[in-house]
Design a protein around this ligand. Structure first.
Ligand code: SAM
Length: 253
C-alpha cells in the first residue's frame, strides 16, 4: 500500500528492533495497553502475543480497516481518530502507551499526553533522536527548552536506544530513538495553565534574561532565590514550578 507522507508513515520492518521495543515495554497479560499509530501492525502483532487486549488509535482509515481484518476484534479495539482529539481519561487508569509516533506531530502528541500523566503507568515511544535529546536534556545545555521543562515536571524519562533509518520503510531522513516516560511519583504541584504560559513566555525569549522575559518583580526573584540575570535555559523544572506557584498566589498572569 502507498505510504501517506502527511501522516508521517514510516513502517518498521527490522525484526531485531521490534524485538528490542517489545522487550523494553515488557507487556504482561492484563496490562491496559494503548498503541498510537499502529500502521500495518508491525508492533501490534508482537504486543498482542503477550497481552489479551490492545486499544489502537489510527488516523488512516485504510490502515484501520486492514488491521480490523487482520486481528480479532476481541483482542484489538481500533479507534479511527486523530490521537490529538482522543480523550485518554475515557480509558481505565494505569495506561501503558506505546507507539512509533508520526514525527511531524510528535511534539503536540507529547504535550497532549502530558495532561493525562496521572492516568498513565508508563509510555514508550519511537521518536526522532533530536526530539528525545530535547526531552531528556538537563538545564543549561543547548537542547534544554519548553519540551524538556513541560515533560520533566511530570515524567522521569530515559533514552533507551537509537534506531537507524534503514529499520523503516520508507527510511526517514533522520535518526530515531526509543524513549521511556514514567510519571513522577510526587507530582510537582502548581496550576498547569500558569506553568504552561510561563514556560512558553520564557522560551520564546530564550536569549533574554529572566528579568526581561517574565513579568516578575525584583522582590519575587529575591524571595524565590533566583537570579533575574539568568537566562530561561538556566532554570531547572522545579524552579519553573516555584515561579508558577508564586505567580498564582499573586493572582495569576
Ligand atoms: N506503528 C507502525 C510501525 O511501526 O510500522 C507505524 C508507524 S508510522 C511512523 C506512524 C503511524 O501513525 C502511521 O500509521 C500513521 O497513519 C499514524 N498517524 C499519523 N498521524 C496520526 C494521528 N494524528 N493520530 C493517530 N495516528 C496517526
Amino acid at each position: 500500500m502507498k505510504t501517506r507522507k502527511r501522516f508521517g508513515q514510516h513502517f518498521l520492518h527490522d525484526p531485531g528492533v521490534l524485538k528490542r521495543i517489545v522487550e523494553a515495554v515488557a507487556p504482561e497479560t492484563g496490562d491496559v495497553v494503548v498503541e498510537i499509530g499502529p500502521g500495518e501492525g508491525a508492533l501490534t502483532g508482537p504486543l498482542l502475543e503477550r497481552i489479551e487486549h490492545l486499544t489502537a488509535i489510527e488516523i488512516d482509515r485504510d490502515l484501520a480497516a486492514n488491521l480490523a481484518r487482520d486481528f480479532s476484534s476481541r483482542k484489538l479495539s481500533i479507534v479511527t481518530a486523530d490521537v490529538l482529539d482522543f480523550d485518554f481519561s475515557a480509558l481505565s487508569p494505569g495506561l501503558r502507551i506505546v507507539g512509533n509516533l508520526p514525527y511531524n506531530i510528535s511534539t503536540p502528541i507529547l504535550f497532549h499526553l502530558a495532561r493525562y500523566a496521572d492516568r498513565v503507568r508508563d509510555m514508550h515511544f519511537m521518536l526522532q533522536k533530536e526530539v528525545v535529546e530535547r526531552m531528556v536534556a538537563r538545564h543549561s545545555t543547548p537542547d534544554y527548552g519548553r519540551l524538556s521543562v513541560m515533560l520533566q515536571t511530570r515524567f522521569r524519562m530515559q533514552k533507551l536506544f537509537n534506531v537507524a533509518p534503514g529499520a523503516f520503510r520508507p527510511p526517514p531522513k533522520v535518526d530515531s530513538a526509543i524513549v521511556r516516560l514514567v510519571p513522577l511519583q510526587e507530582k510537582m504541584q502548581c496550576d498547569e495553565a500558569v506553568l504552561e504560559k510561563i514556560v512558553r513566555d520564557a522560551f520564546s525569549a530564550r536569549r533574554k534574561t529572566l528579568r526581561n522575559a517574565l513579568p516578575l518583580e525584583a522582590r519575587d526573584y529575591a524571595e524565590l532565590g533566583i537570579d533575574p540575570k539568568l537566562r530561561p535555559e538556566n532554570l531547572s523544572p522545579p524552579d519553573y514550578v516555584r515561579i508558577a506557584r508564586r505567580t498564582e498566589t499573586q493572582g495569576g498572569i
